[in-house]
Design a protein around this ligand. Structure first.
Ligand code: CP
Ligand code: NVA
Length: 330
């Protein structure tokens, strides 16, 4: 029996993705009002969630540990100094050994092929906690944030009622953008991406994003440009991330220069013609070069609710992939 893994939003049907977001929303409402859903209480009792992280993390680590505890499970944090992962022992051996003792592996590694390898040999679900290509837990939280902040239309089981919304991503084409664009395509949300020349979404990834819309009645469209103002036109949401992802530190100087003019500011939103009600999102950690303080700390900014939503996303994902063994149901 092969476990079901969550390596990217691309692994989910639109109905499954929408259900994970809706479950996160309803668990959030219930738990915040003091009524913990019966189905969650002790749902991970006696189960260990191994967290293999070979990169730093604040939100992913804290949200996963807190989610596992709220569900009665035991999170076991295994940092890169703690275990032999990829340094003194192969991924294959690590994966077989750890999965023989725990109920789930949440892994933050560098290469997508590493987390895919782990999943291939693991006998328990592997949840990707960020690799160079995807960040599914972040995108469940991001769509929860969008769902809560924009009044959704009536929706079917396969959608969140967000069709027709427009995201402008201004900055680097990275892991967070790729899964965000996959989620947007599935939910009928258009995404216009502005990157400097030479930093566009790689062709193979454009393919994956576009294929996410296969069979979707109202698939979101992906448009790329090198002009920030063009991406921002008529946008409901302006989104960005760091210009220098973990592992790219050696390129920092070159990137700072290449991304000049790509900072999200109130002036850019005005010049570009964003919708009057535009909001701002960022997965964090944030650096001032990619977004001005004026925007980041303004009432338009959803960054702190977005960060909190990582907890509800983690609960929803652990429920779907560990408690319910990959069957994603309301
Ligand atoms: N957004 C996010 O994944 O943050 P961390 O790197 O702090 O986990
Ligand atoms: N793109 C960033 C996201 C961090 C959550 C990185 O990979 O470092």
């Amino acid at each position: 029996f092969a476990p079901r893994h969550l390596l990217s939003i691309a692994d989910l049907t639109p109905a499954e993705f929408a259900t994970l977001v809706r479950n996160a929303a309803s668990h959030k409402r219930a738990i915040k009002s003091g009524a913990i859903p019966q189905s969650l209480i002790g749902s991970l009792s006696g189960k260990t969630v191994a967290m293999m992280f070979n990169k730093r993390s604040t939100r992913t680590r804290v949200s996963t540990e807190a989610a596992a505890v709220q569900m009665g499970g035991h999170p076991m944090f295994l940092g890169k100094e703690d275990i032999q992962l990829g340094v003194n022992e192969s991924l294959y051996d690590t994966s077989v050994v750890i999965s023989s003792m725990v109920s789930c592996i949440v892994a933050r590694v560098a290469k997508h092929s590493d987390v895919a390898d782990l999943a291939q040999h693991s006998t328990v679900p592997v949840i990707n906690a960020l690799c160079d290509s995807f960040h599914p837990l972040q995108i469940i939280a991001d769509f929860l944030t969008i769902y809560e902040s924009f009044t959704p239309k009536a929706h079917t089981v396969s959608s969140l009622g967000l069709e027709g919304l427009k995201i402008a991503w201004v900055g680097d084409a990275n892991n967070v953008l790729f899964d965000l664009a996959i989620g947007a395509t599935k939910m009928g949300v258009d995404i216009h991406v502005a990157t400097p020349k030479g930093y566009e979404i790689p062709a193979a990834m454009v393919d994956i994003i576009q294929r996410a819309g296969d069979g979707v009645t109202h698939a979101g469209k992906l448009i790329q440009t090198n002009v920030p103002e063009e991406a921002v036109k008529d946008a409901d949401l302006l989104v960005t991330d760091t210009w220098v992802s973990m592992g790219q530190e050696e390129e920092a100087k070159k990137r700072m220069k290449a991304f000049e003019g790509f900072q999200i500011t109130a002036d850019l939103a005005k010049r570009g013609g964003a919708k009057e009600h535009w909001k701002f999102m960022h997965c964090l950690p944030r650096h001032p070069e990619e977004v001005s303080d004026e925007v980041f700390y303004s009432p338009r900014s959803l960054v702190f609710p977005e960060a909190e939503n990582r907890l509800w996303a983690a609960i929803s994902a652990l429920e779907g992939f560990v408690v319910n063994k990959g069957k994603i149901v309301e």
